[in-house]
Design a protein around this ligand. Structure first.
Ligand SMILES: NC(=O)c1ccc[n+]([C@@H]2O[C@H](COP(=O)([O-])OP(=O)(O)OC[C@H]3O[C@@H](n4cnc5c(N)ncnc54)[C@H](OP(=O)(O)O)[C@@H]3O)[C@@H](O)[C@H]2O)c1
Length: 295
């Protein structure tokens, strides 16, 4: 039995789908308020719980062989980096160990090891990585770059308006990963001998400059891109303002700022290693967007 947390998220739902399409047993950890109908229809066992409750985590781990941690804090959920990205993962590792789990796959983030002080999610991921490594569990730590699925709403907006909002440096590089490729890597990591106790950066097929994204959209939708490119210091002004009314949101914006102010890409050697390890060719961003838009 696989346990997948964040099973209704952009990545988690794809992991569950792929596990079920291989006819593998999966327990999807979902919240009562989550949209989990599709996962149930595909034959996943639904475990309704709250990752902020240690007891729910312990119950969910019973009878589980592989744990895939794919949950995380985002702008719309009630957890923050400390509770959801850090504490819930520590509890999950402890519960997995107590339940005799064989392998733990942790979805971290590219750059978790760079010591970004002002980015709570990066700090939480780094601390969890170290805890997992010393837990005695077999593990795979995956450090993905940005997900291609994040760009689908922007692609739809572009299709309607031709507008693309690009905050910060258009020349900053990233290797956006197909969320479907990542899901495959995540689930195969649980059983692939060569992925055991490895830390793997995960990017897409190519290194893109952020300014390439509106060009790709332009090709797909056959329209000229109107790029709106505010400088990063505008975000800093918003953050400073937020600090007076909502310090939690101000902290969370630190992670976004870190993402916008830095480069996140895998080297060609890292990408080659990944393709060799998992025996498939990674998809380009353009191919990913075309597949979803034509559905
Ligand atoms: N997105 C990226 O570009 C990116 C890049 C690098 C790494 N990552 C990491 O990859 C992982 C997956 O990211 P994602 O974008 O797929 O995540 P996501 O779409 O934001 O989904 C978050 C998931 O966590 C669940 N969740 C939140 N609070 C919960 C709670 N208290 N109890 C139970 N479940 C809870 C959410 O459930 P609901 O559906 O009910 O809200 C949802 O299923 C995360 O660890 C993230 O940090 C993401």
């Amino acid at each position: 039995m696989f346990l997948v947390t964040g099973a209704t998220g952009g990545l988690g739902q794809r992991v569950v789908r792929q596990l079920r399409s291989r006819d593998l047993p999966v327990r999807a950890f979902v919240q009562l308020t989550s949209r989990y109908g599709e996962l149930e229809q595909r034959g996943a066992e639904i475990f309704v719980g709250d990752l902020l409750q240690e007891r729910d985590i312990q119950k969910a781990c019973q009878g589980v062989r592989y744990v895939i941690s794919a949950h995380g804090s985002n702008a719309s959920n009630r957890g923050n980096a400390q509770t959801l990205d850090y504490r819930a993962n520590i509890d999950l590792i402890d519960a997995a160990k107590a339940a005799g789990v064989e392998h733990f796959v942790f979805v971290s983030v590219l750059g978790s090891d760079r010591g970004y002080e002002d980015a709570p999610v990066f700090k939480a991921k780094w601390a969890v990585e170290r805890y997992l490594q010393s837990s005695g569990l077999n593990y795979t730590i995956l450090r993905p770059s940005g997900f291609a699925s994040n760009l689908l709403p922007l692609a739809e907006q572009f299709q309607r308006t031709g507008i693309y909002l690009l905050i910060g440096d258009p020349q900053a590089r990233s290797s956006i990963v197909s969320t479907d490729d990542l899901a495959r890597i995540v689930l195969e990591s649980a059983t692939l001998a060569d992925a055991k106790n490895q830390i793997l950066p995960v990017g897409g097929a190519e290194i893109l400059e952020r300014g390439d994204i509106p060009k790709i959209f332009g090709r797909i939708f056959e329209r000229e891109a109107i790029v709106v490119n505010p400088p990063l210091f505008l975000l800093d002004a918003v953050r400073t303002g937020l600090g007076f009314v909502d310090s939690e949101s101000q902290k969370a914006l630190g992670t976004l700022r870190t993402l916008l102010a830095n480069e996140f890409f895998c080297t060609p050697t890292e990408t080659e290693r990944l393709e060799t390890l998992f025996s498939f060719k990674l998809e380009t961003l353009e191919s990913f967007i075309r597949r979803y838009i034509s559905r």
